[in-house]
Write a protein that binds this ligand. Structure first.
Ligand SMILES: *Cc1c(COP(=O)(O)O)cnc(C)c1O
Length: 355
């Protein structure tokens, strides 16, 4: 039976990505060797690394002021690497969920952290809006999409200090104006590639302003100066990332992905709003295009397990909600076909008829 993969991360990848990665694991670029057993400094892999960085720049229209590097350690490593490189005295953070609060915890090791607003009072079900940022904050950190709670920042705040964004679960989901950002970072395993590589887009002149010494591996400048090959990079995730980026280009680019994402999300949210059994958990104006969180209405709550089993009998995988929200979460990343979203919607409709 065809599986419809709604996992939150690691998550669905395009067939193009899976097929080409599998082929390169067997025979990489006609070398007669596996991608896994050749030098990362050989011309074949250097070409992969360079092309992937160039494609990130092309697809997101990255200006020359910024550089793209691929690092290890996940988005979680960036929670400390950002303040290591950027925070002298004080930084401002917006607390919109579990990942944001983890970033805040790490930043506190390096200086004063001003949490300008938090939606923790309502279990992170909305994006705080009217807040002020101290003029002496050195950067402002946001999490553009809250993977666990299903909220997304739809109006990027306009600030006069470098904006730093964790885009782990919505990078490449919509066009962005990179010039607004000091640093963008994103773990690959939501919308790009297998876990193991993190994309960093950094404004070069935002670096070099902290007084502390920085260990080489944690210094963005070292990675930039070494063309993102300071040490052995995660070759397989980078190869896969290149395949996904090529697939995005083939689909028509990021604006086209955005239109598809808007369409897919509308199909699912419309059904959640129409169906008497279900309700969404995120504030309507802040609903995520990538992670759709919903629960059963109180009077049907005891049917949640039954619906989970009913859905899985139809090949629907990975819709169990995160424990901090409960219910269901359908992650509908770029690689998720609309037809799979429609299978989920059909299951919700037919389950409603039965109950
Ligand atoms: C998944 C996720 C993370 C954590 O990523 P790791 O690569 O596991 O460190 C951080 N932020 C957001 C928004 C995420 O979705």
């Amino acid at each position: 039976m065809k599986k419809h993969n709604f996992y939150a991360g690691p998550s669905i990848l395009s067939e193009y990505t899976i097929k080409n990665t599998a082929a390169a694991v067997e025979n990489f670029a006609g070398t007669g060797l596996s991608l896994l057993e050749v030098s990362h400094r050989g011309k074949e892999f250097v070409a992969v690394n360079d092309e992937a960085r160039a494609l990130v720049k092309e697809l997101l229209d990255v200006p020359d002021t910024h550089e793209v590097v691929f690092l290890s350690g996940g988005a979680s490593m960036q929670f400390c690497m950002v303040p290591y490189n950027m925070l002298n005295r004080k930084a401002a953070y917006l607390d919109t969920g579990t990942w944001a609060s983890k970033a805040i915890k790490e930043a506190r090791l390096f200086g004063e952290v001003e949490v300008v607003a938090s939606s923790k009072d309502k279990n992170y079900s909305y994006i705080p809006k009217n807040y002020t940022i101290s003029p002496d904050a050195e950067y402002f950190h946001i999490t553009t999409n809250n993977t666990i709670f299903g909220t997304e920042i739809h109006a990027i705040p306009q600030v006069h200090i470098p904006l730093v964004a964790d885009m782990s679960s919505d990078i490449f989901a919509r066009p962005i104006d990179v010039s607004q950002y000091g640093i963008i970072y994103a773990g690959a395993q939501k919308n790009l590639a297998p876990a193991g590589v993190t994309i960093i887009i950094v404004r070069k002149d935002a670096l070099g302003k902290v007084e502390r010494p920085i260990p080489s591996m944690l210094d963005y400048r070292i990675h930039i100066d070494n063309d993102s090959m300071f040490n052995t990079p995660p070759v397989l995730p980078i190869y896969s990332a290149l395949q996904t980026l090529k697939w995005y280009r083939e689909q028509g680019g990021i604006a086209v992905m955005q239109q598809k994402n808007i369409g897919k999300a509308a199909v699912l949210y419309d059904e959640i709003d129409r169906n008497r059994l279900f309700r969404g958990t995120a504030a309507v104006e802040d609903r995520s295009l990538m992670n759709v969180c919903f629960v059963m209405n109180d009077e049907y709550r005891e049917l949640e397990n039954t619906f989970g089993e009913y859905a899985s009998a139809q090949g629907i995988v990975g819709i169990k909600g995160h424990r901090s929200v409960g219910g269901f979460r359908a992650s509908i990343y770029n690689a998720m076909p609309r037809s799979s979203v429609e299978v989920l919607v059909e299951a919700m409709k037919s389950f409603e008829k039965k109950n």
